[in-house]
Design a protein around this ligand. Structure first.
Ligand code: HEM
Ligand code: SF4
Ligand code: SF4
Length: 431
């Protein structure tokens, strides 16, 4: 017999219709959540996105190719997630498992639709079916293993990692989705009694089915139906929650990777046109950051990698690049809420949200930018804010004196130019 299975076996039509209805609701909540974040990003100054997608196909491809390549390599192949020991292994495992399950579910739905058009179009059968079932069965374990590691890590509460109440919701729902998925498979195997390769291509489900062996067929069918609904509810909850939890990083992350040009060690200059146009230097309000910079705040999943490499943080200065990103994100949300309530502005940016002391603690070493898995440019955020402080005369102490002396004497010590070479006195150096 050709290996295959019914897509909605044991599920009555009324439940199938309710399933699609709830799926639409979950996707509606997902879209609404994404739209809310989108509105917040639009508070920022426009970026030249239209320019990027204008022109003929060849011209557009030329412009978007570097960004598309970054998305494929950094996010798709998880290039920038590497270098974090077991955390990396666990994430790659969870990511590969998740992507396989996502692709598998999409293919299953495509098969379901096509087989309704014509039975001859059904492709979920034969060798394809065997490979499909085996791959998903095994990669489901990778998904569970990665999730279990992240649960274990959260229990230990590492200081560098951000902690929010919804983190446990995400991880526990991932575990529950994985476990109920296998249970549905095991109970389906029990009531449908496949044989040969059709049964053995689902090794985990088959093993689990052995545990429930002894249940009557009607009890198995009832249990299958109940667990199928629990599994479906968990998946809908997961879809709806993405924009409201840390999971949003897998949408905002690739978007930021695409838009953020690599800028390690390069600072965008301030142009006179920009100053004349805006009447200011650097941001004094969250709305003065670019839309891409505001989007980048949402890409942060608080992994703590930037904090771990920051020399200022390591020497107990009042600066954590992760904190700067999170504080700006909080300000973006508060400003969005204030504007929606009819106010003209949100909480203040300088001092209230980010203290000058924090900004001056940065050595501008770029280590944080270099390690960020989603290419957030923490340094550009800090330098922008610092430029504003300088323009407003907010620079004081030795830094201000050094800059003044650079301007008047050409060196930070204020020495007359004729004494510039005095340091050589007493050395064997030739003039
Ligand atoms: C699109 C590319 C992605 C990137 C660049 C990315 C990056 C990261 C990074 C760097 C971490 C922190 C892990 C560590 O430092 O040890 C993380 C955590 C996590 N990611 Fe992703 N991720 C991506 C996609 C995904 C996908 C598709 C999923 C699955 C739905 C996912 C689920 C998670 C989970 C559950 C955590 C752990 C959160 C926690 O600690 O509670 N990620 N991600
Ligand atoms: S800014 Fe980047 S490196 Fe730092 S915590 Fe956020 S995602 Fe991680
Ligand atoms: S650039 Fe500034 S914030 Fe980033 S790691 Fe260096 S000192 Fe820390």
């Amino acid at each position: 017999m050709t290996p295959t299975r019914e897509t909605f076996g044991n599920i009555p039509l009324s439940s199938q219709l309710a399933f699609y209805g709830l799926a639409m609701v979950a996707m509606g909540i997902f879209c609404w959540g994404v739209w809310r974040r989108w509105k917040l990003w639009r508070l920022g100054t426009p970026i030249a996105f239209r320019e990027l997608i204008s022109g003929n196909l060849a011209a557009v491809w030329k412009k978007i190719r570097p960004g598309a390549r970054r998305v494929v390599v950094d996010a798709g192949a998880q290039q920038r997630v590497r270098g974090h020991g077991l955390g990396t292994v666990a994430h790659v495992s969870l990511y590969v498992g998740f992507m396989a399950l996502l692709a598998g579910t999409t293919l299953l739905e495509a098969d379901n639709i096509l087989s309704h058009v014509s039975g001859a179009l059904k492709f979920h059968r034969g060798l394809y079916y065997v490979i499909y079932e085996y791959t998903l069965d095994v990669l489901g374990l990778a998904f569970l293993a990665g999730t279990l590691f992240f649960c274990w890590r959260r229990l230990r509460r590492p200081a560098a990692l951000g902690h929010r109440p919804t983190d446990w919701y995400v991880l526990v729902s991932f575990l529950a989705i994985g476990v109920t998925g296998y249970l549905v498979e095991a109970l389906r195997i029990l009531w449908s009694q496949p044989t040969g390769i059709t049964a053995h291509c689902s090794p985990v489900g088959l093993w689990l089915a052995g545990i429930f062996d002894g249940l009557t067929v009607s009890a198995t069918r009832r249990a299958h139906f109940a667990v199928w609904w629990i599994h479906s509810f968990l998946v809908f909850g997961f879809i709806a929650s993405i924009p409201f939890t840390r999971l949003f990083h897998f949408i905002a992350g690739p978007m930021n990777i695409f838009l953020a040009a690599p800028s390690l060690g390069q600072l965008a200059p301030v142009t006179m046109e920009e100053v004349e146009q805006t009447g200011r230097v650097g941001p004094s309000d969250i709305r003065h950051f670019s839309r891409q910079q505001l989007l980048s705040l949402d890409a942060c999943m608080e992994c703590g990698r930037c904090e771990e490499v920051c020399p200022a943080f390591a020497t107990a200065k009042p600066l954590s690049p992760k904190r700067v990103v999170q504080d700006l994100k909080g300000l973006m949300e508060a400003t969005g809420a204030a504007l929606a309530a009819g106010k003209t502005e949100g909480p203040a940016l300088h001092e209230t949200t980010i203290a000058a002391e924090t900004l001056w603690s940065c050595t501008a070493c770029s280590a944080c930018v270099n390690v960020c898995p989603v290419r957030i440019d923490q340094l550009a955020l800090i330098i922008g804010l610092r430029r504003h402080l300088v323009a407003e005369g907010g620079l004081s102490g030795t830094a201000a004196t050094a800059l003044r002396r650079m301007q008047s004497n050409g060196n930070p010590w204020g020495l007359p130019p004729v004494e510039r070479a005095n340091w050589r006195d007493g050395l064997a150096a030739k003039s």
